[in-house]
Design a protein around this ligand. Structure first.
Ligand code: FES
Length: 105
């Protein structure tokens, strides 16, 4: 897996984690099961998670604790999912949310 992850650290140990597949804008990526969706995207080099509703500005990771809504995306057809606190699961379909998103029936 090519990524921007820290894999070796002089003080911390990282436990073995299961690698799973997920999709961002229909392209397949890999991440660790249970890690935040936004973390998996960040590790894959994806920094823009959504576009702001009024000025169409790029938004990405900001607070990373579920408080600012900067990371909201469409996940498995549901809009406004805070991807910094939502665990990654096998086969997830993740899309960039433009503006307020569109509620699908
Ligand atoms: S980055 Fe702030 S809610 Fe996700």
């Amino acid at each position: 897996m090519t990524s921007l992850r820290i894999e070796h650290h002089p003080v911390l140990n990282f436990p073995e984690r299961k690698i799973i597949n997920f999709f961002f804008e229909d392209k397949q990526y890999q991440g660790f099961e249970g890690e935040p969706i936004a973390a998996a995207l960040h590790a894959a080099g994806i920094r823009t998670l959504r576009r702001s509703p009024q000025k169409d500005r790029a938004r990405g990771f900001f607070c990373a604790i579920g408080r600012c809504s900067s990371c909201i995306m469409e996940v498995d057809g549901q809009i406004n999912i805070m991807t910094c606190i939502t665990p990654l699961a096998e086969g997830m379909q993740v899309r960039m949310q433009k503006g307020h998103g569109v509620i699908k029936p």
